[in-house]
Design a protein around this ligand. Structure first.
Ligand SMILES: CSC[C@@H](O)[C@@H](O)C(=O)COP(=O)(O)O
Length: 350
């Protein structure tokens, strides 16, 4: 098990999730014995962050198989696949969810027998978790290499991309952590990330826990920050990256990219290949999740706006490829022209 903060853990026969909606005030764990517990945890954002959702979906598939099998072997495949469809529909934007489910389907469809399928599915779920950890480590190292020879770096990040969003040290956060370990960080600025405050509740907690020098800002301070203090780079995660390099990430990311371009600040996405969706040519094809308006009108039961005021609450936005300096992956950093270079990475690296 990972030391320090962790998002999820398989324990013999069930999945334990850290309920991230309660952070930083309370540490509460959710014991998931049914795949439906995981569906609900994904919907409420108890487990969140594209890679962590993918890993949770792997283990939820194991639970679904066991539940379907306990019911009857007759019609098992239909019921199992219906459960997987329900899991996949829990959140639409992060492709890691459907990626993990298709990996699990692949294992099930090639399993030797119903007797062995359960163990094979569990092995695959563990494999997804362990390789996510390894990918985080490699993203950290490739990302940090971009800043060789530079010291006293000021980095701005958005949302949460750390241990809470993955099975390892994170994506963008892993780069930040590695840079700090190399002694190159002066300050990491974290956007609070309205409306659900993943930046202030989660990233600030992770930065402090890792003793990384940091400073929290509200989202509307980013432009002023870039104008008045030296920012070396903006590094954020991603939920789905199209073949042309357009990337969906937490709402507010596109705004940061526009500001970065105006202020001539390098803007990087950091994500594993499980976040790429090469079936779509551009970001225009990415389905953007719209969430409950009360997430904007209220916070923890406190009314912040008139009860019935109309609200627009997209959870993500898409940053066009021309605003992205590079995409930091576990296989290296991809730079423009993205379509050609992403295809090349797939071909060369397998
Ligand atoms: C390594 S996490 C990358 C993204 O998933 C992250 O930046 C993000 O947008 C998370 O959104 P969330 O709605 O909290 O799941």
């Amino acid at each position: 098990m990972k030391q320090g903060l962790w998002s999820l853990k398989w324990d013999k026969d069930h999945l334990i999730l850290l309920d991230q909606t309660k952070l930083p005030d309370e540490i509460v764990y959710i014991d998931c014995y049914s795949y439906k517990d995981v569906v609900s945890a994904i919907k409420t954002l108890a487990v969140r962050g594209a890679p962590a959702i993918g890993v949770a979906a792997g283990y939820a598939s194991v639970l679904a198989f066991r539940e379907c099998r306990a019911y009857s072997d007759t019609g098992l495949t239909e019921r199992f696949y219906a459960a997987l469809d329900e899991l996949e529909a829990a959140r639409p934007t992060a492709v890691n969810l459907s990626w993990a489910i298709s990996e699990m389907k692949e294992v099930y469809s090639h399993s030797e027998s119903l007797e062995t399928a359960g163990a094979e599915l569990l092995n695959k779920a563990k494999d997804i978790e362990y390789s996510d950890r390894d990918m985080c480590r490699r993203i950290g190292s490739h990302g940090a290499d971009l800043f060789k020879g530079k010291t006293a770096l000021n980095i701005l990040t958005h949302c949460n991309t750390g241990a809470l969003a993955t099975a390892g040290d994170g994506t963008a956060f892993s780069v930040i952590k590695e840079l700090n370990e190399r002694g190159q960080i002066s300050c990491v600025y974290a956007d609070e990330t309205r409306p659900l405050l993943q930046g202030s509740r989660l990233t600030a907690t992770e930065l402090m826990a890792n003793e990384i020098p940091c400073c929290l800002i509200t989202d509307n301070m980013a432009a002023m920050l870039m104008n008045t203090r030296h920012i070396d780079a903006i590094i954020v995660g991603a939920d789905r990256i199209a073949l042309n390099g357009d990337g969906a990430n937490k709402i507010g990311t596109y705004g940061l990219a526009v500001l970065a371009s105006y202020h001539h600040i390098p803007f990087y996405l950091a994500a594993p290949f499980s976040t790429f969706d090469t079936s779509i040519k551009s970001g225009g094809e990415i389905v953007i999740e719209e969430r409950n308006p009360d997430e904007v009108r209220t916070y923890k039961g406190i009314q912040l706006a008139p009860k019935d005021v109309p609200v627009f609450n997209p959870a993500f936005d898409v940053t066009p490829n021309h605003l992205i300096t590079g995409i930091i992956t576990e296989k290296g950093v991809i730079v423009p022209p993205y379509t050609d270079n992403i295809k090349r990475f797939y071909k060369e690296e397998g």
